[in-house]
Design a protein around this ligand. Structure first.
Ligand code: ZN
Length: 93
């Protein structure tokens, strides 16, 4: 027997906030129970949760990725030069 799989990957409209809360671990009490009970039986919300978790992971990796220190120094120098130019312009005005 062929099992039909729900290919829907969009969350139920009324669940979007709750699924986001569940992904962040912010839910408590009945909201937490309700969200997980729904996610467990709803493929759309489950897929949404998985995408949220993947996105959160990608953000964490991007945040931890090393920054080119030289580029940062050059950027800071340019910003301070711009700030000085701005100050001079204001004084002369
Ligand atoms: Zn759902």
């Amino acid at each position: 027997m062929k099992r039909t799989v729900n290919q829907n990957v969009t969350p139920c409209r009324h669940m979007e906030g709750l699924v986001q809360g569940a992904a962040k671990g912010e839910l408590k009490g009945i909201a937490r129970w309700y969200a997980w009970a729904h996610i467990h039986r709803c493929s759309g919300c489950r897929a949404f949760l998985q995408r949220l978790e993947a996105a959160t992971l990608a953000l964490r990796v991007a945040k931890e990725a090393s920054v080119d220190e030289d580029a940062l120094v050059r950027l800071r120098r340019q910003v301070s030069q711009l700030a000085e130019t701005e100050n001079d312009t204001n004084k002369n005005a």
